[in-house]
Design a protein around this ligand. Sequence first.
Ligand SMILES: [Fe+2]
Length: 306
Amino acid sequence: MNRQEIDALVKKMNVDTATGPVDERVQQVVVRLLGDLFQAIEDLDISQTELWKGLEYLTDAGQANELGLLAAGLGLEHYLDLRADEADAKAGITGGTPRTIEGPLYVAGAPESVSFARMDDGSESDKVDTLIIEGTVTDTQGNLVEGAKVEIWHANSLGNYSFFDKAQSDFNLRRSIITAADGQYTALTTMPVGYGCPPEGTTQFVLDKLGRHGNRPSHVHYFISAPGYRKLTTQFNIEGDKYLWDDFAFATRDGLVATAVDVTDETEIAKRGLNKAFKHIQFNVELVKEQAAAPNTEIDRRRASA
Ligand SMILES: [Fe+2]
C-alpha cells in the first residue's frame, strides 16, 4: 500500500467510524501515529511475529514500570528538551541555567526546610564521602531570588534511589530547600554514584539489541521553582565520571557539569560541623522570569508521591 491508501484506510477505520464525541487532538495524534506505523510496516516489511513481539515488549516494559526509563534511554526525553530549547529561542527567551531531563525517579512530598537541609539519613556516612552542595538562585541579571523552592534528589552509593529502593529510609537523599533573602541553598549529603539500568530489565533488553550500554554518570537532579519565574528541570553531572559524556540518557549538557572539590582544611571542616574531609560542589541556578506567551515549562506527568 502507498501512503495515500494507508491514510485512507486509517481514516475509514478510526475516523469515519466515530459515533460519539471525539477528542480531536487524540484523534489527530492516533491517526498520524497509526499511519506512520502502517508505513513503517510496509517499508520494513515488519512481520506479524515481529509486530506481536513489539506489543509484548511494550506490555512487559509497562508492567515493569520501565517506560519512563526507556524514554530516557532511547533519547526521547532529551529530544523533548532540545525541542523546548528551540521553542524558547523562537519566543526570544535566552539565558538561565540549561534544562535537562527529569528522568523517572522523582518523588513528590520531600521534607522542606529553609536555606539548609541534611539530605542523607546517616546510614552510609562511613562508606561514602560527605558532599556539600551549595549555590545561589538568581535571575538572569544576577539578582538574588528569595522564596525559590530547590527540590533535589539523587542516588546513594549503590546508585539507587529511595522510594524505588525499599532498603532506604523514606525520602533519603530527597529534600526541598527554600531560599531566604540571600538566595542561598546548602545541602549536606553523600556523594552519589552513577547507575545502570536494571541488567535484567526491559530497557537494558532493548539497549543490548542496539549494542548500547545503559549507564549514567554520577549526577544530582533539580526542580527549581519560584513565583514569577519559569520552572527549571535540570541536573548536574559530576566531572571525572567515565560516563560524563557517554550518558545513556543524554542528560549531560554544557553548563551542567559540576566539579567536586576535596576540602581537607581542618578549619573549614570544623566550620561545617564535620569531623572528616568532604567534597564540595558549587551549583548556582539562574532562573528566567515568566513572560507572556512563553512556552510552559510545567510538565504534567505521573509521578510517585510518598
Ligand atoms: Fe538520576
